[in-house]
Write a protein that binds this ligand. Structure first.
Ligand code: ADP
Ligand code: MG
Length: 147
């Protein structure tokens, strides 16, 4: 298993197309908070726990990379919280403990196949986070610091 990584900060605006195009909103952190993570870690899909100030702790699946489907010129971190929220949470403190790796970054022939794969990643994350080696991080004080 990998060493967990800890990142956090206020949720900022991203490209504004996560929820609109994909139906999969991703909460973005300030670039300066994630620059270390981006340079140190390989592109791909990861999972972990997310703490959102004043709301709670949620399962999370996250991509790090260039989003080949969209031909991004910037590497990004895109966490999707596996929970249905009634409203947006821009400006709220988001804390992430990233505990596991699912797969490398890949390109997809269609938007539909990309969306299907992300939903599959979500199901993998949901199940993996129930395993004893990952479940305990739910109680990590870093996540609760902001609550
Ligand atoms: P942006 O380009 O600003 O990141 P998105 O379309 O990716 O826009 O939507 C992300 C925003 O949606 C988050 O900043 C957050 O406020 C909100 N949001 C609502 N539900 C979720 C969720 N389950 N996971 C992540 N963000 C969510
Ligand atoms: Mg986003």
């Amino acid at each position: 298993p990998m060493e967990p990584w800890y990142i956090g900060g206020p949720v900022v605006k991203g490209f504004g197309r996560g929820s609109k195009v994909l139906g999969i909103p991703t909460a973005n952190l300030p670039p300066e908070n994630i620059s270390g993570l981006l340079s140190e870690h390989t592109s791909g899909v990861y999972f972990g726990w997310a703490g959102l100030s004043s709301r709670g702790i949620y399962k999370m699946v996250m991509s790090i990379g260039w989003n080949p489907y969209f031909n991004n010129t910037e590497k990004t971190v895109e966490p999707w919280l596996l929970h249905e929220f009634d409203d947006d949470f821009y400006g709220e403190e988001l804390r992430l403990v990233v505990v596991g790796y699912i797969r490398p970054e890949a390109n997809f022939p269609s938007l539909e196949s990309l969306i299907q794969r992300i939903h599959q990643d979500g199901r993998i994350a949901e199940k993996a986070l129930e395993l004893p080696i990952y479940a305990g991080y739910k109680d990590d004080p870093y996540l609760k610091n902001s609550l």
